[in-house]
Design a protein. Structure first.
Length: 538
């Protein structure tokens, strides 16, 4: 080969590779992929990033717009509240999902956000979850309206009570892994009761979760390299203790051991890739949407640990699944035609033991005990009776009917009850929820509680715990109610996205109007957020 021919060949190869690397983006994203990772904080990404590959989470971070301090400015620990906020661009005070359930005084019933009326004994009526109680439209609702129903919307994950808020009011499919069978089901919706398509039936016939259940779960890399072993080694008595059998158990939720291991995330990834390939998502002129629910938590080890080896290993293995997913999307649709948004809905909280170790003020609060003490206080003052109907999610629901029968002033009872609760250990303050509406305070915690207030669904009294305190729920699970300090990752990647790191705090209500701006569709009809600036290169 002559020197001239060699130079020509090198130039040709350079131009070819450059053109491949600089593919022209479509006018609007043909595919929107929303990756939601349960219980993931920005601090965990920072701690584990050096062990991620260059092709998964680090690829998203380095090649995308990475918001390190995203947050949900409202006061509920129910993930559905945050999901509704993410997809509507508005607060619970407007979209109405203030908690997973609330007490309806007019009908004397507990009402589930996802399932509707609950039976008096607390058992759920036999029905499927729906988004009927969501009071506003979502991103996907507006997308479907704009394209006359031709855009397709699918969500894939573990929990129906999670998935129902991601598809809007008219999703095509909500696919959930059944923990009893290890297979995917389609959650029927009011406007869509179709059974799963043929390709999904063939996927189920492979029984992948059954295959995975015959394996064991051990560390992906040398256990001594994990964050816990480097900084909290005393928490693990034996380095060999990280090995879990995933065999199917007897009875209900037989597949739970394998489903809530890294293989659950792998199954979600496999199904999502099959969805994209078989249903040709992203191949039309309109935008299709897929939401994926992954998790960083396992039923094995310390389920409440933030930096334990099991949690880190879940994320290291999820990193591999995301890498394969991105590769498939690029091959089938093209990343220049796909907008990928990766975030979390809630972050893990620091345990009381961790706070105690480092001298941080802490303690455990019991809402059920507090409501019982309040009922005794009101009985001592006003006579026998069930003055407190229930306590739930930081809210006290009083017995309006009993108060009316005794010809007492409800507003006065609320103030007396709030004053009594405020003296309890661990409570920063308690106040009538109705006062939040008129409060002019600029305290962030009060503002967050106000954004979670809905006059027909909220309780009578709201309780704010002191920072560092955890609340003990029924069953012994402990949660943190200090919403002010949550730091969640938010990453935009793919279609026209400008790589950058953003450190300023960003409320999640700004995501929905941003997506709508990129898709050139109307904002959700209750939207209170504003589009993020500088994310997309036009």
């Amino acid at each position: 080969m002559t020197r001239r021919s060699l130079l020509f060949l090198i130039a040709f190869l350079y131009i070819t590779q450059t053109s491949k690397a600089q593919k022209t983006p479509s006018q609007h994203p043909k595919l929107l992929v929303i990756i939601l990772i349960d219980q993931l904080g920005t601090d965990q990404l920072a701690a584990f990033r050096d062990k991620f590959s260059a092709h998964g989470i680090n690829r998203l971070i380095n090649g995308g717009a990475f918001y390190q301090n995203a947050y949900y400015p409202a006061g509920s620990n129910y993930q559905g509240s945050n999901l509704a906020t993410f997809y509507t661009g508005t607060y619970p005070s407007t979209h109405g999902i203030v908690s997973d359930w609330w007490y309806d005084h007019l009908r004397n019933k507990e009402v589930s956000a996802a399932y509707g009326d609950l039976l008096i004994n607390g058992d759920k009526a036999v029905r499927f979850p729906t988004s009927e109680s969501l009071l506003t439209s979502t991103i996907t609702d507006e997308l479907k309206w704009m394209n006359n129903g031709t855009s397709r919307v699918t969500s894939i994950g573990f929990n129906p009570n999670f998935l129902v808020w991601t598809g809007g009011h008219n999703p095509n499919y909500l696919y959930q892994i059944d923990s009893n069978t290890g297979k995917f089901n389609s959650i029927p919706q009011k406007n869509n009761t179709d059974s799963i398509p043929e390709w999904a039936k063939q996927f189920n016939e492979k029984d992948l979760l059954l295959t995975y259940s015959k394996r064991e779960w051990g560390p992906l890399i040398d256990l001594n390299r994990y964050h816990q072993m480097r900084f909290f080694k005393e928490e693990r008595s034996e380095t060999s203790s990280f090995l879990y059998p995933l065999a199917i158990q007897e009875g209900k939720d037989a597949y739970l051991p394998v489903l809530h291991s890294p293989y659950g995330n792998k199954l979600i990834r496999d199904f999502a890739m099959s969805q994209i390939i078989n249903d040709q998502y992203g191949k039309n002129d309109v935008t299709d949407v897929i939401t994926l629910q992954f998790t960083s938590r396992s039923v094995h080890g310390n389920s409440d640990g933030c930096f334990d080896a099991e949690t880190e290993d879940m994320l290291l293995r999820l990193d591999e699944e995301i890498a394969d997913l991105i590769k498939t999307i690029d091959r089938e649709v093209g990343l220049e035609n796909t907008l990928v948004i990766t975030t979390s809905i809630s972050a893990p909280s620091r345990s009381v033991d961790d706070n105690t170790t480092y001298g941080i003020p802490t303690g455990i609060f019991s809402g059920s005990k507090a409501s019982s003490l309040l009922n005794l206080f009101l009985m001592a003052k006003y006579g026998q009776g069930k003055w407190v109907m229930t306590y739930h999610d930081g809210q006290i629901f009083l017995n309006h009917k009993l108060i009316e029968e005794h010809k007492l002033d409800l507003a006065n009872i609320k103030k007396e009850a709030s004053a009594f609760l405020s003296d309890m250990k661990g409570i920063a303050y308690a106040m009538p929820i109705s006062e939040l509406k008129t409060s002019s305070s600029d305290m962030s915690s009060l503002r967050n509680l106000k954004l979670n207030y809905h006059p027909l669904r909220s309780g009578d009294i709201v309780i704010k715990l002191r920072p560092g305190w955890n609340e003990e729920l029924s069953g012994g699970r402990k949660i943190n109610r200090n919403w002010n300090t949550t730091q969640l990752p938010l990453i935009f990647y793919g279609w026209k996205v400008k790589p950058q790191n953003i450190y300023e705090a960003v409320p999640m209500i700004n995501v929905a109007p941003s997506i709508c701006s990129y898709l050139n569709i109307p904002f959700p009809n209750g939207c209170e957020g504003t589009p993020l600036k500088g994310v997309i290169i036009r």
